[in-house]
Design a protein around this ligand. Structure first.
Ligand code: HAM
Length: 424
């Protein structure tokens, strides 16, 4: 029988990699705390309608990429492709809109999209997501971009470019759609097949097409900024000015429209110069009509999501993983009859905050020594037959091979003093 493998577009994050994820998530958590975002742990699956209405029926995510199934109760269920719609659902369902505003939420976890896998693009991937709900101030937009940049700054990342644009609002977007349609009407033959389909349904998405033939054309398309209503125009200028004051490296990109229908006004992406084709490390924007689309009252919101895999790839490319994978500091070697003593010693070492491990298998002291060195242990404690009879432990410093036999109840103090000496 053939061995079962992980499904295409998924992969296992094991010890040599998962500590990097932990560093990213812990950094996001520290930024969230400093910026006043509270963690929200939400379901991984939701009613399909949340996404079809929230993200939009005509988007690639809803049309082609969702993992949807009927559960045993006959409900249509979807594995979440993103977090924003769930955050808004949770905010409304829990009546957070009736409390003080804004409500700042953050979360992280796996998302699911049936996409063509490649470097930085998976079918199961993880996002960090920050949302500010209940306020329409452009300074909230600025704060979300600032909080994402702060995560990257704390992680030591550089070579990032913030792109911003506005996609207008229901008042001014119809005019822009018409302007764009007029522009593309006489040039339909030059567009790719997908964009010809987009022409009627969602002409703004043509601007986002990565195909060369469409790119040439969209370069000269009329920019949305010229079609914004006064309110959207003022909002956009405030965001632009505010980001400049924070010293962010920001460029206005007239072609940035994003692939989810809920966006209004601000849309942004942060690109990494070290990612290759899938170069967006972060995507976000304002979504003032999402709450109504999912059956709620009018609630403004703004936020971003950043892919953990893409952050890790960028960190690796930039060599900013400091310290390396956490290692066992002390390995306790035992022989038949000394297991209780070994178990007590690791217990005491761990209580002093020293990462320790012990032997669990019947193997020679030499084999255990080899294992300890493979594990990268800085020190070993040997409790063999001699040590058992004399109530001692032999403590060995793996870096210079020096060793000393001490009364067993002083072994932890000995390791601590050696550890401190090593840190100096
Ligand atoms: P998004 O642009 O679809 O936006 O995704 C945000 C980020 O998630 C991307 O920039 C990328 O880093 C990562 N990402 C997306 N798809 C994949 C994939 N297949 N494999 C690996 N990484 C991926 C959203 O999801 C919105 N909910 C963002 C948002 C929050 N807007 C407002 N608030």
């Amino acid at each position: 029988m053939e061995a079962i493998k992980a499904p295409k577009g998924t992969y296992d994050v094991l010890g040599s990699e998962s500590w990097k994820w932990a560093r990213v998530v812990n950094t996001a958590r520290s930024v969230a705390e400093d910026f006043g975002f509270k963690e929200a742990i939400l379901p991984i699956f939701e009613h399909t309608e949340l996404f079809s209405r929230g993200i939009g029926d005509a988007t690639d995510v809803v049309e082609k990429e969702m993992y949807t199934f009927t559960d045993r109760g006959g409900r249509s269920i979807t594995l979440r492709p993103e977090l924003t719609a769930s955050m808004m659902r949770s905010y409304l369902e829990n009546g957070l809109n009736h409390g003080p505003q804004p409500v700042k939420l953050w979360g992280w976890g796996p998302m699911f999209r049936y996409e063509r896998p490649q470097k930085g693009r998976n079918r199961q991937f993880a996002q960090i997501d920050f949302e500010i709900l209940g306020v329409s101030s452009p300074f909230a937009d600025i704060e979300t971009i600032d909080s994402s940049m702060e995560i990257y700054r704390r992680l030591g990342l550089s070579n990032l470019q913030v792109l911003i644009n506005s996609v207008g609002c229901p008042k001014c977007r119809p005019n822009y759609r018409e302007t764009l349609k007029k522009f593309f009407e006489s040039r339909l033959g030059d567009l790719c097949e997908t964009c010809r389909e987009r022409f009627d349904r969602n002409p703004l998405r043509i601007l986002d097409c990565k195909k060369t033939e469409c790119g040439k054309l969209t370069d000269s398309a009329p920019p949305v900024i010229d079609s914004l209503c006064d309110e959207c125009g003022e909002h956009f200028r405030t965001v632009e000015r505010g980001l400049a004051k924070l010293g962010a490296d920001v460029r206005v990109d007239n072609k940035l429209v994003r692939g989810l229908d809920y966006y209004t006004k601000t849309a942004y992406e942060i690109l990494s110069g070290d990612l290759g084709a899938q170069n967006a490390v972060c995507g976000g924007g304002r979504y003032d009509n999402l709450a109504e689309a999912i059956g709620g009252p009018e609630v403004p919101g703004v936020g971003f999501a950043s892919g953990i895999e893409r952050i890790v790839i960028t960190m690796e490319a930039q060599g900013v993983f400091m310290g390396g994978e956490p290692q066992t500091e002390v390995f306790v070697i035992s022989t038949a009859g000394s297991e209780y003593a070994a178990s007590l010693l690791v217990h005491e070492l761990r209580a002093k905050g020293i990462a320790s491990d012990m032997n669990f298998t019947a193997r020679s002291i030499k084999a255990q020594m080899k294992y300890a060195s493979q594990r990268g242990a800085k020190f070993v404690c040997i409790i063999g037959e001699d040590e058992m009879s004399s109530g001692s432990a032999t403590v060995k410093n793996m870096s210079d091979g020096s060793q000393e036999t001490t009364p067993r109840d002083l072994a932890t103090a000995k390791i601590l003093s050696w550890k401190e000496a090593l840190a100096k």
